[in-house]
Design a protein around this ligand. Sequence first.
Ligand SMILES: Cc1ncc(COP(=O)(O)O)c(C=O)c1O
Length: 415
Amino acid sequence: MTLSTMTHLVGSLSGAVYDADRLWRTDPVDGRPLQARYDSQVAARTLTKAAMATRRTNGMWRWAELLPVRSPGRRIYLGEGATPLLSAPGAGRALDVPRLMVKCEGGNPTGSFKARGMAAAVSRAAELGASAFIAPSAGNAAGALATYGAAAGLPVTVVMPSDVPVAHRVESILAGARVLLVDGLISDCGLIAGRIAQATGAFDVSTFKEPYRVEGKKTMGLELAEDLGWRLPDVVVYPTGGGTGLVGMWKAFDELQALGLIGGERPRMVGVQVAGCAPIVRAFTDGQRFARPWEGARTRAAGIRVPGAVGDFLILDALRASGGTAIAVDEAEMDDAQGLAGRCGLGYVSPETAAALAAVGQLRSSGWLSRDDQVVMFDTGVGHKYPPPPDVPEPAVVAADEDDVDRLLNLAAGP
Ligand SMILES: Cc1ncc(COP(=O)(O)O)c(C=O)c1O
């Protein structure tokens, strides 16, 4: 039986050390994120390349030594993780990036990579005694929290902007969660969730305001190395809102190196945002370590409509240390890329994924990406839960006895 080798938590800015077996939220010193640390020597004894080749089940929990849950019986496993990393020849040809690959996170329970984070956070917090959960969400995190809370048999409240797509609302309600809609942005939802958490004692799993969601999400980085034969690609492209996905992967690479499973090489990390909400891109360009909140955030890609990220400096540090970059695409480019993804066989991807695909095209056009680069783009979630992009033609409805084939084909929507 493989067990967690977590030793302690550390303040990401203060460096202060905390007992890993108490339920913490942020660093009491400065309110910044706490991060889990593991005993790499102990983990290296069982987490070997040969051992991983034999661990065929349990999705992301295959990496138990580097995850925070102590008791195997407390791992809530609904099928998260172990997603495919696929070559994307169609998109690669269209964008002139022949070695483009896609890590397909839409196959996770609830349709996005958020499942990984909530699996870890709910399992660990419940193991430490949490008896109710709350979180603000742009949508995908709400569905995931509601689902993992239901699996744990614990009550969940989610707080979402009132314009959240209906599928996210319905998914959360059907999973038994209380759903509150706020006339505001995700940051306003965060304040309300915080108030409710304080008054009720529900454990608040807001992005980077507890240490474990990022631990689940880092398994994307662990898998990436294993998928590529214990190597990392030249470039990773990731749609970035709160940043846990990107920061988690960056943490994963260090942990793999500490275990001797990879060397010191790292991909150039690319954080993708949309022009209507690009605080990380602005801070990256201005050489700032912390990102000023974005005023009037607007984009259809709700998961990256995050005006102020608590882990801003962690995102920016990772982008810079990797030799990577931050890029904002226009809303219309994102909309077009959603269609390109469909036509290239990537499926109906989320607008966040479409933003990442548009960014790959732009980075190739500008020469930042070369034809030789092996590029892994993260398809972070399915498109089915979102309203459709603008300008999708409406197919005609025809009579059931219509038999004029030319007329039928003329009426059909599509290219
Ligand atoms: C589909 C999708 N992609 C990307 C993101 C951004 O993720 P992160 O907060 O890890 O930056 C989100 C967040 O909600 C999302 O739902």
